[in-house]
Design a protein around this ligand. Sequence first.
Ligand SMILES: C[S@@+](CC[C@H](N)C(=O)[O-])C[C@H]1O[C@@H](n2cnc3c(N)ncnc32)[C@H](O)[C@@H]1O
Length: 360
Amino acid sequence: MNDLKREIAATIVHDGPMTLERFMSLCLTHPRFGYYMTRDPFGVEGDFITAPEISQMFGELIGVWTTEAWRLSDSPTSVQLVELGPGRGTLMADVLRVARIAPEFLQAASLSLVETSPILRELQRKILSNAPLPVEWREQFSQIPAGPSFILANEFFDALPVRHYVKTVAGWRERLVGLDATGSLVFGLSQQVETRLTIAAQEGSIIEICPAAQLLMSEIAQRLVDYGGVCLIIDYGYLETSLGDSLQAVTRHAYADPLEAPGDSDLTAHVDFAALARAAQARGAKVLGPVSQGYFLQQLGIERRAEALSKKATPEQAYEIGLALERLTSISDERRHMGDLFKVMAVTHPDMPDLPGFFE
Ligand SMILES: C[S@@+](CC[C@H](N)C(=O)[O-])C[C@H]1O[C@@H](n2cnc3c(N)ncnc32)[C@H](O)[C@@H]1O
């Protein structure tokens, strides 16, 4: 039994079973034993790989997109550039490198990284040591100073904790994490029925909701409506709210049991883009997309960028660039292909003109 499992088991003995939301939150961000707090999980040697780690093309295109969004917002002279959950900092490093094409944007920007993990903050500090502007770290989005904001979130919302409700004969009951007779962690159900859920569904159906994602989306949308700017969300997820359980644990690029070794595997859930769009629109913000990542990157010119990079590359490097292009954009349902599984959505001030990537 690892340290976090021991602590969770003791909490359950003391307080009773905990919600899945609390369990997931402890697994990912417990100050001492949380998954992100204790390791660098990225890359071939780690547990998973993200788009900016696959190729510089991803961050470069997002950098060009961000400067264009700033220009189309009438080039405000003081803006917040924000990344939520920057991982190793690779995406922001690539964004800032290409943003040098728009020095007025860099002059206008104050950079904030929202990151809880001290280990990842350190990696971000290193990779951004030559950044063309000072870097500030924040624990939470609410700490970002007021002003027009340009916010990037790649594979961040999938790390926010979810709640599950299961349909029983009596009604919808919340999924909890408890202990069985042998002291192992097991899933169970709350005694009380959630009467606010009135959706008709077959017994055994599951509703997955992410209150933290919806709250954060509302907060971001309110800021964009008040001050202007845009938030770009890229993540794996689904377009329509539907029944089902998408919670998954991943260790070393393979699925794992979420209860087996809390804090030792990455726990995520697919993002409900329709729920995020509703939360943003309820605050008066405009929503573009979601479109597939493959479509978005193609609209931004990833093929031309790959061609340009390949011209200056060795044959081996050109081969790698081709593989990265395929992985980032292919819409096949092979697990490593991200083109269709990943979606891109922008939330903006209501007066923002159409932005590249979302339209023909
Ligand atoms: C899957 S990684 C994405 C990394 C990066 N965006 C990339 O594309 O490589 C999730 C990131 O979000 C951070 N994170 C997770 N939960 C968080 C929270 N509640 N608040 C702030 N950061 C969080 C993690 O430490 C990590 O940097």
